[in-house]
Design a protein around this ligand. Structure first.
Ligand code: ADP
Ligand code: ASP
Ligand code: MG
Length: 411
């Protein structure tokens, strides 16, 4: 008998027919004598629809009330799935995140899990139930409902797998694994059989939203091995696991794309010591997350500084923040550009293979894609390119690193 945590994403429970198929799959495992804990997302589109409705009522709704609202999406799903399980004669109980013992900090809309008290889940499992937990939510010490950031049901699953000491943690989705690039953009992308937590974390943070980045970070920190699989087939998916030596055989494992960033340029900044510190302190004070930063060569005592920020933060930037920067730095020239995308090449093998950057830049040049900004780390190279060229850039890099060919490096 194994203890299994399964998570089903929004599209896998998108309508009652799919919900029934999930119930049948879960029942199979339960009938085999396994203890099954199921984490479920809101039905596809529900969270987006709730957000849109909230914005019809208020431009900037209270985050406390947003959490109260958004948690209802997952609550519907768990009740539906429990009913479907009962329909197949299977014992099942649904729980909200709070009922399942998930305690978070009080940061609404992106709360962090502080502790999980699995006692109630354990009791329900002992009674022979399939336990169904609402993903994406918990409760703070003050018993306020909190949510864990978009895609947060992945985090619920990983955290429960760690807290319950589960033997298996599977993330079921509308895709049968993690691919070398988004299969919607690169049809010849290949399913990756094994990938390290480190690479998956980098890919997820760089825009590959098949898994939530925070969930992978948690999995890495608590050494939870997980598998991304299709909710429609029984094929093995992608194992996300601790890094092993042969993973470095291949220089590049995947290409990520993030279209949700914007570029800001502050021109004619006096090139004196401490100026960058002042600029980024002003930005940090407003909780806007900066990603890439580039400072140009100084000319006649002035320089330009560009950075990327989440596009969602741009309205806030353009209103109060731009004004603060103008005052602090005594410059008038602040421009923003939404028509950009960040394309990244990721692989732990970059530590040992050389020439990866040269190959990437040459391939983009040959495809006539203009690189506006570059950032590198030990296992990634990111390029900011014009939004219109984003898909072409992903396909070009995918081809340049031979990712369409299945190699033993993936095995
Ligand atoms: P769920 O609703 O199950 O949580 P998501 O929509 O969050 O599913 O994630 C699955 C989607 O991620 C897929 O439909 C796919 O289009 C997209 N995706 C983007 N990049 C990749 C990739 N490299 N490999 C697999 N899927 C990817
Ligand atoms: N329903 C939430 C969202 O759409 C959480 C999740 O699906 O994982 O982001
Ligand atoms: Mg998801």
């Amino acid at each position: 008998m194994a203890r299994i945590v399964q998570k089903y994403g929004g599209s896998s429970v998108g309508d009652t027919e799919r919900m029934k198929r999930v119930a049948q799959r879960v029942k199979q495992y339960s009938d085999e004598g396994h203890q099954v804990v199921v984490v479920v997302s809101a039905m596809s589109g529900t969270t987006d629809q709730l957000i849109a409705q909230a914005k019809e009522l208020h431009d900037n709704p209270s985050e406390r009330e947003m959490d109260m609202l958004l948690a209802t999406g997952e609550q519907q799903s768990v009740a539906f799935l429990a009913m479907a399980m009962h329909g197949y004669g299977c014992k099942a109980e649904s729980f909200t995140g709070a009922q399942a013992g998930i305690e978070t900090d009080g940061v609404h809309c992106k709360a962090r899990i502080k502790n999980i008290d699995p006692e109630r889940i354990e009791r329900s499992l002992e009674k022979g139930n399939v336990v169904i937990v609402a993903g994406f939510q918990g409760a703070s010490e003050e018993e306020l409902i909190t949510t864990l950031g978009r895609g947060g049901s992945d985090l619920t699953a990983v955290a429960l797998a760690a807290a319950l000491n589960a033997d298996v943690c599977r993330i079921y989705s509308d895709v049968d694994g993690v691919y070398t690039a988004d299969p919607r953009i690169v049809p010849e992308a290949q399913k990756i059989d094994r990938i390290s937590h480190e690479e998956m974390l980098e890919m997820a943070s760089l825009g590959t939203k098949v898994m939530q980045a925070r969930a992978i970070e948690f999995a890495r920190n608590f050494d939870v091995e997980l598998e991304v699989r299709s909710s429609e087939t029984d094929e093995p998916g992608t194992l996300i696991t601790r890094e092993s030596e042969e993973m470095e055989d291949k220089a590049v494992h995947g290409i990520s794309l993030d279209k949700d960033e914007a570029k800001i340029t502050i021109s004619r900044v006096p090139d004196t010591p401490g100026i960058a510190a002042r600029l980024f302190q002003v930005i940090a004070d407003s909780s806007v997350n900066v990603d890439l930063i580039v400072q140009n060569v100084s000319e006649q005592g002035y320089t330009d500084i560009s950075c990327t920020v989440p596009e969602a933060d741009l309205p806030r930037f353009e209103t109060d923040l731009a004004e603060k920067i103008r005052t602090e730095l005594n410059t008038d020239e602040i421009t923003s550009d939404k028509s950009i995308a960040k394309v990244s090449v990721v692989g732990v093998g970059m530590r040992t293979h050389s020439g990866i950057a040269a190959t990437a830049f040459q391939a983009l040049a040959d495809a006539d894609v203009n690189i506006k900004m570059i950032a590198t780390s030990e296992i990634k190279i990111s390029c900011v390119v014009p939004l219109d060229d984003a898909s072409k850039a992903v396909r070009t890099l995918h081809q340049a690193f031979g990712l369409a060919e299945k190699t033993s490096g993936d095995e």
